[in-house]
Ligand binder design. Structure first.
Ligand code: IPD
Length: 264
């Protein structure tokens, strides 16, 4: 990346540092695929270790900011305006299975607003970064959401509720409607990268229900700064609070929302 703000330098440096160990852990997980026990204990240890490294690095740079962490919960900062929202391994199931499609997701929130976001896949070395008012970038290239206007041509990403989570029936009905109206559905298993791919114009849209703020905080800003927008699937309200998201461009938003929800 050519020009970076001091804030983005801090976020990228923290991710780079934590990525070294995470890459080694992923190599180990690939080896463990064939063992009967599987690598699941190993993966939760990697998740916690990565999060601790990110917290340590970010605390060094901004000692007063708080945290909202997937693994460690909420840590209040003495600066109550600023908090980091972090998922150390988004796409844990992919990581566990040796599938190189997962990411660290780091967002900085000030008040209710996301000011900066980094989504980094350490295996493919894809950096997706955004700062409010500055733009969104994939490695060094500025990102724009897709310009497609017709549902017929749209490739739409989604997430399927995990075993034990509510919403399987609703999801099946939603996807039935979407599959008959669009060019295709994709389920890649990493919400932050799904949003990054919408920002990059690779996916025309992405919807999912039941998400946590750390899955989407950085990605929401990527989409916004790439000229698209993310909204709650059902109505007003921030997807960061409701966990139900539809992210796309301005043209597709309303027709796709109606299609997903089965409204004419
Ligand atoms: C999961 C991934 C996945 C999404 C799930 C999330 P995790 O995050 O983002 O794509 O479908 O809803 O929980 O658990 O791997 O950090």
């Amino acid at each position: 990346m050519a020009l970076r703000s001091a804030l983005m330098t801090v976020m990228v440096a923290a991710a780079e540092k934590a990525a070294k160990a995470l890459k080694r852990d992923f190599g180990e997980v690939e080896q463990l695929q064939v063992s009967r026990k599987g690598p699941s204990d190993y993966v939760s240890a990697a998740d916690i270790k990565t999060e601790k490294m990110l917290v340590a690095e970010l605390t060094k740079a901004r000692p007063h900011f708080g945290f909202v962490l997937e693994e460690g919960g909420t840590i209040a900062g003495t600066d109550t305006e600023h908090r980091w929202i972090i998922d150390p391994i988004d796409g844990t199931t992919n990581f566990l299975h040796g599938i190189p499609h997962f990411a660290m997701s780091i967002a900085l929130q000030r008040g209710d607003e996301i000011m900066a976001g980094v989504v980094y896949n350490p295996i493919t070395e894809d950096w997706f970064i955004a700062e409010k008012g500055i733009g969104a970038f994939h490695n060094n290239r500025r990102m724009r959401v897709s310009a497609r206007r017709n549902l017929d041509d749209a490739v739409v990403a989604t997430g399927i509720p995990h075993k034990g989570c509510p919403g399987h029936d609703v999801f099946i009905q939603q996807s039935q409607r979407v599959m008959s109206a669009t060019a295709g559905i994709r389920r890649f298993g990493t919400a932050s990268l799904d949003l990054a791919f919408v920002a990059a114009g690779r996916f025309d849209a992405y919807w999912e229900m039941g998400l946590k703020p750390w899955d989407i905080a950085a990605g929401v800003l990527l989409v916004q700064e790439a000229g698209g927008f993310s909204a709650d699937l059902h109505g007003p309200g921030s997807p960061l609070l409701t966990g139900n998201i539809l992210a796309t461009n301005a043209d597709l938003h309303s027709p796709l929302r109606k299609c997903i929800l089965g409204q004419s």
